[in-house]
Ligand binder design. Sequence first.
Ligand code: RIB
Ligand code: CA
Length: 309
Amino acid sequence: MTSKIKMIVDCDPGHDDAMAIVVAARHADLLGVTTVAGNAPLSSTTRNARIVLDLIGSELPVHSGANRPLVAPPHDASHVHGKSGLDGADLPEPSRGPDSENAVEFIIETCRATEGVWLVPIGPLTNIALALRAAPDLGSRIAGISLMGGGTFGNVSAAAEFNLWADPEAADIVFRYGGKLMMSGLDVTHQLQSTPERLAAIRAIPGQLPNVLADLLAFYSKSYINHHLNMTGAAVHDPCAVLSLTHPQLFTISPHRVDIELRGEHTRGMTMIDRRQYKTPTAPNCEVVWNVDASPAFDVLIEAISHFA
Ligand code: RIB
Ligand code: CA
């Protein structure tokens, strides 16, 4: 029996963040959850993270972090996730507030005290960049960073995906840190959709958690179905950053040089992925996750929900 991967999930719940927390709690050694402003303001993402942990009966710590990007003006994704960041379901009140407002300190101290921790950021990368800047030893202490973000196309613009667009300067720090980096971008996350059949499978599980998550995913799917020609449900982005670590056999991955565009009028926040087929390619800094076997991957999500129901 291999031991579970140790990880800290840094998130901005967020409907797909909620699913990522559930599957991380089920399949990883989840050491804690840190929150960042992104889909919604920090107070909302922190409240939502605690609610999700309450719903799965977890006492794991929640530490809130950055309430705004390093340089960019704050933007949220309320048009997708609603004003609360987790609209669409009847949610319980959170059992308590955050354990601290020092996400960066929690990340640094935990990774200094525990060997082999993966950082799994699934929102803007502000907390991770601040931690890397505050602790120069962090990059060599962690097992790596597995993030949701980027891609060969965008969702905020034709070029830029929300997490990296929201704080490109932070993304640039992370992509230059020099350690193991895995990137689950829109190319792979759009393959993992909460289709009506999958929603029905979740709803068929008895209990509050399945019902709440099915309501959340149904709400989250509306904007995707309304906007996209070829989608029958929301792209459940964030779990890919967890599953590519816990279930690598379900994914295809290849190494590339990836740079973050900071100055382009139309491309700021874009991931420039070098896919040129050279005999001596540019030295890679990132393992890009390209494809997922979506049915078994979604089955893992459903089993995790059933486990905590
Ligand atoms: O672009 C998708 C990402 O932006 C996901 O992490 C989603 O939760 C939002 O934060
Ligand atoms: Ca997110």
